[in-house]
Design a protein around this ligand. Structure first.
Ligand code: ZN
Length: 199
């Protein structure tokens, strides 16, 4: 016997698929949506479908964007000589929020992780190397996370990039080992950027 009417069950089922949402939270959210005004619910539904329809990857840096190239790649005031390599779009936002960095980015969309079956060809490494050959970059800052995978990816990239005569630096870690840039505060990231060292 179904406890709820079918559409409610369907919504709870869909919400359960979201990360960090268990059955209890899903059902709380579903009943919240049920009580909300029609316009609120329409806005939520539209926001969800818009994000899927309108957001894609920047063809240059692979940041998430609704225009191509993204606003950072379009900004002529930013240095084309420095490229900050990050694992994901949220890391880019964290570095950007410091307000200190005036170069450009390259978003890898992951790290090399043999245990999880992620190889160099699965993340945006080929695209990074193409950029470095085309653009006049003099320094690449490795801002991957201080995890085993983040470190291994930075080393792998350094071996590829150095022969091109481009300086490679790694951000200093006030950010504790094993933690993630995305969750570090702006001051810590600023210091980590300032204290970067050549590798
Ligand atoms: Zn871009």
């Amino acid at each position: 016997m179904a406890l709820h009417a079918k559409p409610i069950d369907r919504l709870i089922e869909a919400l359960t698929k979201l990360p960090g949402i268990g059955r209890k939270t899903a059902s709380r959210l579903a009943f919240h949506i049920l009580r909300a005004s029609p316009s609120e619910v329409q806005e939520l539904a539209r926001a969800i479908s818009d994000v899927k329809e309108k957001i894609h990857l920047c063809s240059i840096c692979f940041n998430l964007t609704d225009e191509d190239p993204c606003w950072i790649c379009q900004d002529e005031h930013r240095s084309k000589e420095i490229l900050c390599v990050v694992e994901g779009p949220n890391d880019l936002i964290a570095v950007e929020n410091t307000g200190e960095y005036k170069g450009r980015y390259h978003v890898l969309h992951g790290t090399i992780s043999p245990l999880e079956g992620v190889g160099p060809e699965d993340i945006k490494i080929k695209e990074l190397m193409e950029r470095l050959r085309k653009e006049s970059v003099s320094e690449v800052i490795m801002a991957t996370n201080p995890t085993v995978e983040g470190g291994a990816t930075a080393l792998y990239l350094t071996d590829l990039i150095r022969p091109l005569g481009v300086k490679v630096t790694r951000i200093a870690y006030g950010i504790p080992m094993g933690s993630e840039i995305e969750y570090a505060d702006g001051m810590t990231i600023s210091r980590a950027l300032e204290g970067r060292r050549e590798i």
